[in-house]
Design a protein. Structure first.
Length: 187
């Protein structure tokens, strides 16, 4: 049973989304060339759940969507979020941030409209933002050629710590007083 639990652990660990007992069973049957009873797989999962609940681990096995996956324990969630934000911040270029800002304020928006605002091609920035999951295709425009429309995602909201687009700063939040030299009140 201990060896089976180790194999189940490896499969759950590498799964990007919850993996079901049936999928685990098929993988294990292919590995061992024999049918593995679902009850044995469920027992192995229970043993793993107990192991991670008892020990000082930062993660646990979560059952959702009919399957199992490893998740970080809630007590460490804010720390992991900080790491992911730092990682993502380092990888967003100035052009990607400019493009993301345009999309956030003008969505849904076509690439041509973004390029008109920025004055340069946005192909690379849009591709990187799509890869990072910060923007998504929202549909197609009714204009000539039916270009794609882009908008922000829930991941964008999480990344910037907002619940609604209305929480984005307004342009007046960035306005500086014009022509101020020295301290106020000086003649």
């Amino acid at each position: 049973m201990e060896l089976l639990a180790t194999y189940v652990e490896a499969l759950i660990f590498c799964a990007e989304e919850p993996v079901t007992v049936k999928v685990l069973g098929r993988c294990l049957s292919d590995k061992f060339g024999a049918e593995i009873p679902e009850e044995d797989i469920i027992k192995a999962i229970s043993a793993l759940e107990e192991k991670y609940d008892k020990g000082d681990f930062a993660f646990f096995i979560n059952k959702s969507s009919g399957g199992y996956q490893f998740l970080t324990k809630p007590v460490y969630q804010s720390l992991v979020t900080l790491l992911l934000q730092q990682k993502a911040k380092k990888k967003l270029s100035t052009s990607a941030m400019e493009t993301l800002s345009i999309i956030a304020y003008k969505q849904p928006i076509t690439k041509m409209q973004m390029e008109q605002i920025r004055g340069v091609s946005c192909d690379y920035a849009v591709q990187k933002l799509l890869e990072k999951g910060l923007i998504e295709i929202k549909g197609k425009s009714e204009s000539l050629g039916r270009p794609l429309l882009y908008g922000t995602t829930e991941q964008f909201m999480e990344y910037f710590g907002i619940n609604h687009l209305k929480e984005l700063p307004t342009p007046t939040d960035f306005r500086k007083e014009d022509n101020i030299i020295g301290e106020m009140g000086e003649d």
